[in-house]
Design a protein around this ligand. Structure first.
Ligand code: UD1
Length: 421
């Protein structure tokens, strides 16, 4: 397995181009199952999660062609049984359920298990499918949804941890081909949901209200092919913002959507950094010391759970006591033990991390446990004294396009050591 060696110390400066959003691209690629006609998707990031999704689509019968960031998919005929071996590798493969149900009125997909960020149920997705008239059966580790016909309904997607992003996506994708009107209340408001709705509307769907808590979908008879460019990845961008805060002189992110990043740029400003946003760029500059912060993760437009680990890395060396509470995935704190091995002073109280900033972290061998935790360890390594050796880096390749190369272009010193698979 590959590992990454981060040599701490060098300051970051220059420009970095942000890739297309993984969390937008995954459901958008799945949505191409809704039409027999070809679809063309641009700015698809080169990530292992995207590779898994394209493999699943091929296995389901789609013709898939990929040239750099552009993917062309034609789903002339599809089968409705997603292959376990690939599906189990990526939880987001659950988002083929909605389009398969919409188009073929049935689908079978392996049930996603738990993961290191906690129990990951799909009860809200299934409740939504049932409301549309589907029978849901869980058997032998698979979930099978079957609906002789899909009928529009009013569905509430809110659970005890807020709304569900992929659940909202799934119900939208099933409802676009249902008979009549579907109202999704308590819908996820994430920009990725809006991006999917924009793509579906280009395919001929009638969706209003995406980006608000109530989405209204007027079912149509069929969808056609469409061309779409995926929005910028706000979590990759947020990760580079924090990298710049940790050890940047001046770093400019290019091709970003600053409006999607307010919940990250605002706390950075509060912590004392200079942040300037223009139409599709954000510049971050050190502006004296970094002050402590109190943050709570929340569904969009709140501070994203996908930025919690990276922010812990920043606050680990900020003067004073910072507090981060995780409301979306309360068990998502595996990175703390690794940060502590690097010298961080962090105490976990329930779902709250109390971080007492230290002057400097020290490089150590650490283990990546999930995608964002691995990014946090890379960021921590950027300022640590000595070398941080990060193992299990396949996690980081799931969601960051060439993070080592991009950081190196900014002046970091990161080596990737190839290992046996
Ligand atoms: C998506 C993102 C992930 C991000 C998360 C929260 C993708 C591919 N992944 O994941 O990066 O961390 O949103 O912003 O877009 N829940 C239920 N029942 C359900 C579904 C979810 O209780 O049926 C709970 C989850 O356990 C969690 C909360 O709802 O506590 C939010 O999860 P959800 O929004 O569904 O996350 P994903 O869509 O899987």
């Amino acid at each position: 397995m590959d590992k990454i060696l981060v040599h701490g110390g060098p300051a970051l400066r220059g420009n970095v181009r942000i890739s297309g959003s993984k969390n937008s691209a995954l459901p958008i690629l799945a949505a191409t199952l809704l039409t027999k006609e070809p679809c063309i998707i641009h700015r698809v990031p080169d990530l292992s999660d995207i590779h898994y999704m394209l493999t699943i689509l091929s296995e389901l019968g789609c013709e898939v062609e990929r040239a750099s960031g552009t993917v062309q998919i034609k789903a002339e005929t599809v089968i409705t049984d997603a292959p376990y071996d690939i599906v189990r590798k990526m939880r987001a493969s659950v988002c083929v359920l909605g389009p398969l149900l919409g188009r073929e009125k049935e689908a079978t997909v392996s049930l996603p298990g738990g993961c290191v960020i906690g129990d990951r149920p799909i009860d809200l997705h299934l409740r939504g499918f049932e409301a549309l008239g589907a029978a849901v059966r869980v058997q032998a580790g698979n979930v099978k949804v079957l609906a002789p016909e899909l009928r529009g309904a009013t569905i509430n997607m809110r659970g005890k941890f807020g709304s569900t992003v992929l659940g909202t996506d799934n119900i939208m994708m099933a409802a676009v081909l249902a008979e009549g009107t579907t109202v999704i209340d308590g819908a996820a408001e994430e920009p990725e949901v809006v991006d999917l709705a924009d793509f579906l509307n280009k395919m001929g769907a009638k969706i209003e209200g995406a980006g608000t808590r109530r989405i209204i979908i007027e079912g149509v008879k069929e969808l056609h092919g469409a061309e779409h460019t995926v929005i910028p990845d706000r979590i990759e961008a947020g990760t580079f913002l924090v990298a710049a805060a940790i050890c940047g002189e001046e770093v400019t992110l290019q091709k970003v959507a600053p409006a999607h990043l307010v919940s990250v740029t605002e706390p950075l400003q509060r912590a004392g950094y200079f942040v300037e946003a223009n139409c599709d760029t954000i510049t971050v500059r050190r502006n004296g010391g970094c002050l402590p912060l109190e943050l709570e993760t929340q569904p969009y437009p709140g501070f994203p759970t996908d930025m919690q680990a990276q922010m812990c890395a920043l606050l680990a060396t900020s003067q004073g006591i910072s507090v981060i509470t995780e409301h979306v995935f309360p068990q998502r704190f595996m990175h703390l033990a690794e940060l502590k091995r690097m010298g961080a002073n962090i105490e976990l109280q329930g779902a709250t991390a109390v971080i007492n900033g230290v002057d400097q972290l020290s490089g150590a061998p650490v283990m990546a446990s999930d995608l964002r935790a691995s990014a946090a360890l890379v960021l921590a390594g950027l300022t640590a004294d000595g070398v941080t050796e990060i193992n299990r880096v396949y996690h980081i390749d799931r969601g960051y396009e060439s993070i080592d190369d991009k950081l190196n272009q900014l002046g970091a010193k990161i080596e990737r050591v190839k290992g046996s698979k």
